[in-house]
Structure formats: C-alpha cells, structure tokens
Ligand binder design. Structure first.
Ligand code: SAM
Length: 315
C-alpha cells in the first residue's frame, strides 16, 4: 500500500479492503506459472532503458549471457498474448497485437504537462503507456487493471528496472472514486465502451481528479453527427461486453454532463488492421477478423465499423 502515501485524500479503509481481497488472487493455481515466470528472471536487472521512442526498450542484449536471454525469452512468452507494445527487452523484440505507439503519437499534440504530476492510467494493461509517460518525468504513476496476467506482465518488465515511481494495482475503474481528489492527470483509454453505465463511470473518474486536473479519454466510437450511441444486441466486432459506442458528439455530451469543462476532441480516425493485427506474440483473431470481408465499413455483425475518438477535458 506504499502507493497510498501519494494520495492523502483517498479512502484508506475501503482501498485496503479491496487491496486485501485482490491480494488473495495471487494464490490462485492459475497464477503460479506467471509468478514463477517473474521469479525466474530475478537475477536480471538494468539501469539502461529508453522510453522516448516507439519501442519501449529495457536493457541491452550485451548485458546478459545466452542462458539468461533464453530464460528471459521463456518468461516473456509465458505472458502471451501481448496486446500492447512494441517492446525490446534485452534485445528480445515483442511485436504486440497493437502498435500502441500510434495511439501515443496521436496523444502527444494535446498531452497535458506530466512533469512532477500524479497520474492514473486506467486499464493500463502491461504498462506500455506508463513506460512512455516516464519520459515526461512524472512524480508517480498508478496503473490499474484487474486482469492478473497483465499485472504479472507489468511486474516482470518493472522488475528488470530500478524504477520506483510507477506501480500497478489490480483495481478497476469502478474503484477510482475512493481516490478522491487524487490525480493531476487521468488516462482513460479503451475503457468506456466496456462499461454498462459510461456516464456514471465518468462521474467517478471526475471525483478522483484534483481540481484543475485533466482527463484524457480515448474510445472506440461510431461515425455520425448526431449525439447518439450504438448499443449492440450482442457482440460488437466479435467482442462481448461492449455496451455504448458513442459518436463524437455523444461522448462530448457524456463528459459535459458529468461536469467536465473545456471538452475538446482533438483526433478521430478509422481503425485498421495495420494498427491491430496477429503477430508471433498474439496468435488469436485480430482486427481483420472482426470486420466484414465484403465491406470494410461494417463489423462482421453488420454494425458501423469503429472509429477511435481522442478527447481531453478538465475538472
Ligand atoms: C481495450 S484494453 C485498453 C488498454 C489500454 N488502456 C489502451 O488504451 O490500449 C482494456 C483494458 O482494460 C482492462 N480492464 C478490464 N476491466 C477493467 C476494469 N473494471 N477497470 C479498469 N480496467 C479494466 C483490461 O484488462 C484491458 O487491459
């Protein structure tokens, strides 16, 4: 609970309860192999990393011997599928499903000042964006994501470094309001369409921002000028658990009515199978399988194909 020292207004008791409950997840049988993978490379450390370019690089191949490199490769492979990347870890290239560097590049023109700031990355996955944020010299980054495999992927990467102002916890966005007035900047990317009540979720997120803090939100959306959201009958682009997929105007209305000001959408683009695709590190179906073979403007279910929307707003 070391991370709580950064957040004096947080509800310590409630967060401790959730923390203790989530800690029991580490005892599950299914988690043993991930924990062992992290432990198997605990002799490998480096102070050499580069978070400034599209590939997050940790370590260099010259710093470890062949046996260590083979062990590291096995540990990294255990964490498949790698959804976000790319990474280069002691010379091992991880070509993840998503070219996440593209999303990061689109954020840069409107990136809030991160220097010396307290930041939350909601749904941080393996931490790709958290590492990219490190380049901006924040005070502390808390990543939250309740998927235990991603937790161990992040722990493995972090364990190779000497960085200590970055942490990940198994919390969900639904817990964020317990961190009242805590963050200067929150990233909420690829999240709201997976939640049944996007509006309530945005209200909770707002509660956890400090006054004057910034929310950067990125989401799947649909094209169109009306303030509406698509609510699919079942799956959307084959993905279960997808609820409201907004137009730009609808997203902006969500944000304004949740109390945010200076709402500004700064980028929209069509999704593509260049950005999200099958690789050696993610061998399951990907974007091209989710889109109609006859009409790239439709999903396999016949809904409008997704666009991505990038919006920034303030508390
Ligand atoms: C579509 S991915 C987006 C990942 C990353 N933020 C990005 O923009 O590339 C959704 C992420 O949210 C995580 N997630 C699932 N349930 C969540 C919850 N209740 N709260 C926060 N994150 C959650 C998933 O594990 C996954 O890493």
């Amino acid at each position: 609970m070391e991370f709580l020292r950064y957040f004096p207004d947080a509800d310590y008791e409630t967060i401790k309860k959730i923390y203790d409950e989530r800690n029991t997840w580490h005892e599950r049988d299914s988690v043993v192999e991930f924990r062992k993978a992290v432990e198997s490379v605990n002799d490998i450390k480096t102070a050499s990393f580069d978070f400034s370019s599209e590939t997050v690089r940790i370590g260099d191949s010259s710093e470890i011997n062949k046996e260590q490199s083979a062990r590291l490769y096995t540990a990294l492979k255990k964490m498949m599928p790698w959804r976000k990347g790319p990474f280069n870890i002691f010379g091992i290239d991880i070509d993840a499903e998503w070219q996440s560097n593209r999303k990061w590049d689109r954020l840069l023109p409107e990136m809030p000042d991160l220097k010396d700031k307290l930041i939350c990355d909601i749904g941080c996955n393996n931490g790709y964006y958290m590492f990219r944020m490190m380049e901006h010299k924040p005070a502390f980054i808390l990543g939250i994501d309740p998927m235990i495999k991603y937790y161990y992927s992040f722990e493995l990467l972090k364990s190779l470094t000497n960085i200590n102002n970055i942490d990940m916890q198994l919390f969900g966005v639904e817990h964020l309001h317990y961190f009242k007035n805590s963050f200067n900047v929150i990233f909420l990317m690829g999240i709201i369409y997976h939640h049944r009540s996007p509006f309530e979720l945005l209200q909770k997120v707002r509660e956890s921002l400090k006054k004057g803090g910034t929310l950067v939100i990125e989401t799947q959306g649909i094209p169109g000028d009306d303030p509406v959201a698509l609510f699919p009958e079942g799956r959307y682009a084959k993905v279960p658990g997808t609820y409201f997929i907004p137009t730009v105007k609808c997203l902006e209305n969500f944000l304004k009515r949740a109390g945010f000001k200076d709402v500004k959408t700064f980028c929209t683009h069509k999704m593509s199978s260049v950005e999200q695709r099958v690789t050696d590190w993610m061998i399951y179906e990907s974007y091209s399988d989710f889109i109609s073979k006859d009409n790239p403007d439709l999903t396999v279910e016949g809904y409008p194909a997704p666009i991505r929307i990038y919006t920034r707003c303030e508390k």
